[in-house]
Write a protein that binds this ligand. Structure first.
Ligand code: NDP
Length: 241
């Protein structure tokens, strides 16, 4: 059976990706950092559907934990799909950003993705597909997320570089850049903020985790065999002028 590893796959967008890839027929190895309960619930749900799944605790900022993940039997047997989805966003004004905060965000969103890739890269199948979850803010920037935007920009250019390097081997790497998606990241929004976000989106709605999962499914599937190094914006047209 083919195996998909989804970081941060127990909650929000990652949970939708785990469920969707399970439907696509992959057994799911998902990771969580703090939220074990939602992760176990996603695993149970997938198992109930007849697909094997397991949750592994792994803080991607901790090299030892990432190295331990790489010793998981399913990783040793071979990874067919790697989804680097984990991420943190702490709303802080760009002018108030300090080095500690910047380093924390970079070490989670960017270095954490690198560490996971680096620890499993020798276990990837010959036609492995990698999907990285970036952000619209990785190109737009944000007055309240300079560190986050910088980390996502770094992630996208790193992933595109990897795509160029891995293409001759037949492995593909693509980036999904979500706009506003209904998860805990937006949970602090006031009703007014939520409706102003909707207004801002040309398609006039906030995205769902399933909107992102569907695109990931396409990018790791055979219908996208000629796509690598692409940044696919899933944002309801938000990047339009
Ligand atoms: P959530 O806050 O709901 O989920 C974040 C996920 O990242 C959780 O599974 C969390 O694990 C995991 N995570 C955070 N820190 C670490 C860490 N140090 N080590 C391992 N895992 C960690 O956010 P979303 O589902 O919305 O976000 C998923 C991805 O989508 C992120 O990369 C985010 O930047 C991106 N994105 C989201 C947008 C949105 O509007 N929602 C917009 C653009 C991009 P745990 O729960 O166990 O702590």
């Amino acid at each position: 059976m083919r195996t998909a590893l989804v970081t941060g796959g127990g909650r929000g967008i990652g949970a939708a990706i785990s469920r969707r890839l399970a439907k696509d027929g992959y057994r799911i190895l998902l990771t969580y950092c703090n939220a074990s309960k939602p992760a176990e619930m996603v695993v149970d749900e997938i198992r109930d559907s007849g697909i094997d799944a397991v949750a592994a605790n792994c803080d991607v900022t901790d090299a030892r934990e990432v190295a331990l993940l790489a010793t998981h039997p399913w990783v040793i047997e071979g990874i067919d799909v790697l989804v680097l989805n984990h991420g943190r966003y702490d709303r802080i004004d760009a002018k108030d950003l300090d080095l500690t905060h910047l380093r924390r965000t970079m070490s989670t969103n960017f270095e954490g993705a690198f560490l996971v890739w680096d620890s499993v890269k020798n276990q990837l199948s010959s036609d492995a597909r990698i999907c990285v979850i970036g952000s619209q803010l990785g190109t737009r920037g944000s007055s309240h997320g300079a560190d986050y935007s910088a980390s996502k920009a770094a992630l996208a250019t790193w992933a595109r570089s990897l795509a160029q390097s891995l293409a001759p081997e037949g492995k593909r790497v693509n980036i999904v850049a979500p706009g506003f998606v209904d998860t805990d990241i937006l949970a602090g929004d006031s009703p007014e903020k939520r409706s102003s976000r909707k207004e801002e989106v040309p398609l006039k709605r906030i995205g769902t985790p399933e909107d992102i999962a569907g695109t990931v499914s396409f990018l790791v599937g055979n219908e996208s065999n000629y796509i690598t190094g692409a940044v696919i914006h899933v944002n309801g047209g938000l990047y339009l002028p």
